[in-house]
Design a protein around this ligand. Structure first.
Ligand code: TZP
Ligand code: MG
Length: 237
């Protein structure tokens, strides 16, 4: 059975020195879990497969203690080896259909999308959730091709709201790119446009964050603050 997922405060990890520094990834993620992140994606573009698997095993144990799903970025093989809850795939990664064949129906497959066209394809291919971005330019991922802003996010939310098939109706999304404590409530308010709130909010599952959590001096405190801002925002109240 596919788990019911709370996407509201979605942590994406980063193991680079610019963000993690000399701290231990597992300890940082533990602080984020204690602060209240609801889902964790292990995203590591630098380490080799052995390190990815051993780190993912430790992260999975930790996430299980907090009853939070662990998703692996890019690597379906690592997710399979670890037996965690799912994968997150970008436009240049393995296709959703292939990942589904390998992982089966019980695992979560997330897809990065930047346009209505990509969202449509991801939904039709069987994605469970969409990571929509890049919302704002961010130092964390400098080579992002598409900065789509709030209007780009809205176009996709509005597209989903107009569809009548079950996959679209049930689709949850998280926006990613430059989300932090200073702009979180502005973002959620803008996605809650009062005149069309149904259309814009129905598919807003949450926000995905790297640096505002991972690079914080006090990770648990920063996470609790983001959680407070989120849960006092209209779509999440
Ligand atoms: N995909 C689009 S932007 C991004 C990813 C993985 C990084 C977001 O990082 P931050 O630090 O939350 O802006
Ligand atoms: Mg990828």
């Amino acid at each position: 059975m596919k788990p019911q997922v709370d996407y509201s405060l979605y942590l994406v990890t980063d193991s680079t020195p610019a963000i993690l520094g000399t701290r231990d990834l597992i300890e940082v993620v533990e602080q984020a879990l204690l602060g209240g992140v609801t889902i964790v994606q292990y995203r590591d573009k630098t380490n080799d497969t052995g390190v990815l698997i051993s780190t993912a095993i430790q992260l999975h144990k930790l996430c299980q203690q907090h009853e939070v799903p662990l998703i692996i970025n890019d690597r379906v093989d690592v997710a399979l080896a670890v037996g965690c809850e799912g994968v997150h795939l970008g436009q240049d990664d393995m296709s959703i259909a292939s990942a589904r064949r390998l992982l089966g129906d019980d695992k979560i497959i997330g897809a990065t999308v930047s346009s209505v066209e990509q969202a449509k394809t991801a939904v039709e291919s069987g994605a469970d959730y969409l990571g929509i971005g890049t919302l704002y330019a961010t130092a964390t991922k400098k080579n992002t091709k598409e900065i789509i802003g709030i209007n780009g996010i809205r176009k996709i939310l509005y597209y989903l709201a107009r569809q009548e098939d079950k996959a679209s109706r049930d689709m949850q999304t998280v926006c990613i790119g430059g989300v932090n404590a200073s702009n979180l409530q502005l973002i959620t308010c803008q996605l809650y446009a009062p005149s069309t709130k149904e259309a814009y909010t129905k598919h807003v599952g949450g926000v995905a964050i790297v640096s505002a959590i991972m690079a914080a001096k006090d990770v648990q405190k920063a996470t609790k603050n983001l959680k407070m801002l989120l849960t006092s925002s209209p779509p999440f109240r």
